[in-house]
Design a protein around this ligand. Structure first.
Ligand SMILES: O=P(O)(O)OC[C@H]1O[C@H](OP(=O)(O)OP(=O)(O)O)[C@H](O)[C@@H]1O
Ligand SMILES: NC(=O)CC[C@H](N)C(=O)O
Length: 500
């Protein structure tokens, strides 16, 4: 796939190949004697957010240490010898799924630079919608980039800032960035956390043994027995600093113009772990309510409710409870296969789907089955699973999807394919889509049904409470790299066709 953030007519900046991308996870801790081990454990809990690569940077009071590996956290960071190479009481890590820049070691985060006043490491979940525009500008003025990641631009901007303190330089840098970001930065004495002005990507603050922690999701805090303190607010920068007496100061700043928060709905639909609490809402509870609303909006006469595991399971429980139809595990998932949505090529994806699910015939044969999935992106999963359920002897197969149709690409840290690859854009009608998948019926949750499930009220079209462009085409920021506009030009663009 051609990255939407690459200018099609400028080969120098065609940094990406035909890949699918998703999210990343970040974790950082300051002042703890087990900093790098705790970071490895935290990253393990955030593995679902990025499976391409993982990295950890630590600082022991004298120097920075960095270890980066392609592959899963558990494949590398369980080795005591590797963790021993990451000494010190401050550490920060990242699990990557690329959105800009290829899958290569040079793009694995945290990224690190030596500046005039010491080193700085940064870790980023999200994607900058003006990253390539700024990259061009800095390269034109002589910068030598070490990676093809959008994140690297932040290091250059920190280096160039005229402010005197590292914190002010970091803030100066991120103020120039557009898009979605939950970022951590680490200097010799500080751990800094920052979230984009509308809070598209999640970031929470916790504490273990009195030491501050920042991470993408609360499940990483639970993993290490840490206490949740609060979410880093949209547009907020929180600076934790080790003082000469060993104490840690915490300062919160709001450099961005106050704007209402608009967290990403897809965190609730698919990405976040169900045991996480995102922006104060249980992901599991939201998914169950999606299923309940779906049962009200799209009832069906059936004998059994079957989730498409894992993503569809909480919504299927909600659907079964609201409809009174028995819930059964009619599909068994092989847990040794990764998340198909985030595998790097379509051919590997198709293979992965086949390896991943198998029908539990005893619960399906002779029954009218309603399958519940959290989302349909390309339709690969639905197509295969409907056939599999029929082959297992189901008399009818109905699909209910716990989110609306996806029409638009994401530019904030999730990779959805090009719009023409999305199933919703390949069919004029729901009937045609249903026929293609081979189901007896197909229905999607409405956007209001989704909003109510997550936030308790319908979408406010004048001021939407969530980021939801993949369903609606309503991009909440400018898309400078895509449109060629810079941020001083008139407001937000909507260049993709309207959902509907
Ligand atoms: O329409 P498609 O292109 O097939 O994509 C949608 C599917 O991908 C996701 O599952 P995935 O297997 O990634 O993850 P999960 O096991 O966490 O549900 C999602 O839950 C859907 O089942
Ligand atoms: N998915 C993400 O959050 C990716 C972070 C960053 N844009 C990268 O590609 O490395």
């Amino acid at each position: 796939m051609e990255s939407p953030l690459n200018h099609p007519n400028d080969d120098r900046f065609d940094l990406d190949g035909d890949t699918l991308h998703e999210e990343c996870g970040v974790f950082g801790i300051l002042g703890h004697s087990d900093a790098s081990t705790l970071t490895a454990l935290g990253l393990h809990a955030l593995q679902h957010r990025g499976q391409e690569a993982a990295g950890i940077v630590s600082f022991d009071g004298r120097q920075f240490y960095a270890e980066k590996r392609m592959g899963l956290v558990g494949d590398h960071y369980t080795d005591p010898a590797l963790l021993a190479k990451l000494p010190g009481t401050m550490a920060m890590g990242h699990t990557r799924y690329s959105t800009t820049g290829e899958v290569a070691l040079r793009n694995v985060q945290p990224l690190f630079a030596e500046l005039g006043d010491g080193g700085i490491a940064i870790a980023h979940n999200g994607n900058f919608t003006n990253g390539l525009t700024l990259r061009r500008q800095i390269i034109a003025t002589g910068a030598i980039c070490q990676s093809t990641s959008d994140t690297e631009v932040v290091l250059h901007l920190v280096a160039r800032s005229r402010h005197s303190s590292t914190t002010d330089r970091f803030i100066d840098a991120i103020r120039q960035m557009e898009g979605g970001y939950a970022m951590l930065a680490m200097t010799r004495t500080k751990l800094i956390a920052a979230r984009d002005p509308i809070g598209i990507r999640p970031l929470v603050m916790g504490e273990l043994d009195g030491k501050p922690i920042f991470c993408s999701e609360t499940c990483a805090l639970d993993m290490i027995g840490a206490k949740y303190i609060r979410d880093v607010e949209n547009g907020e920068v929180v600076i934790c600093e080790t003082q000469p007496d060993g104490s840690i100061s915490i300062e919160a700043r709001k450099p961005a113009r106050p704007t209402p928060e608009r967290p990403c709905l897809f965190e609730y639909v698919y990405f976040a772990r169900p045991d996480s609490v995102v922006s104060g809402r249980s992901v599991y509870g939201a998914r169950k309510r999606m299923g309940m609303n779906l049962a009200k909006e799209a009832p069906v006469d059936a004998d059994v409710v079957v989730p498409v595991p894992d993503g569809g399971t909480p919504a299927a429980i909600g659907y079964a409870q609201a409809s009174g139809i028995p819930f059964e595990l009619g599909i068994i998932r092989n847990h040794y296969v990764g998340r198909t949505f985030i595998e790097p090529t379509q051919s590997i994806r198709a293979f992965g789907v086949k390896l991943k699910h198998s029908a539990n015939r005893a619960e399906i044969a002779g029954k009218r089955v309603v399958l519940i999935d959290d989302s349909i992106v390309r339709g690969t999963t639905s197509l295969k699973i409907v056939q599999m359920i029929r082959d297992a002897g189901a008399t009818e197969v109905h699909i209910r999807v716990a989110s609306p149709m996806i029409y638009h690409s994401d530019y904030y840290g999730i990779d959805t394919p090009d719009p023409e690859m999305l199933l919703a854009n390949q069919h004029e009608t729901l009937e045609s889509m249903c026929k293609f998948i081979g189901a007896d019926s197909l229905e999607f949750l409405s956007i209001d049904g989704l909003y109510e499930a997550v936030g308790g009220e319908k979408r406010n079209d004048q001021a939407p409470q969530f980021t939801d462009h993949y369903f609606t085409g309503d991009y909440p920021t400018q898309l400078t790299d895509l449109t060629g506009r810079d941020k001083n030009e008139p407001k937000k663009v909507s260049l993709l066709k309207e959902a509907g």
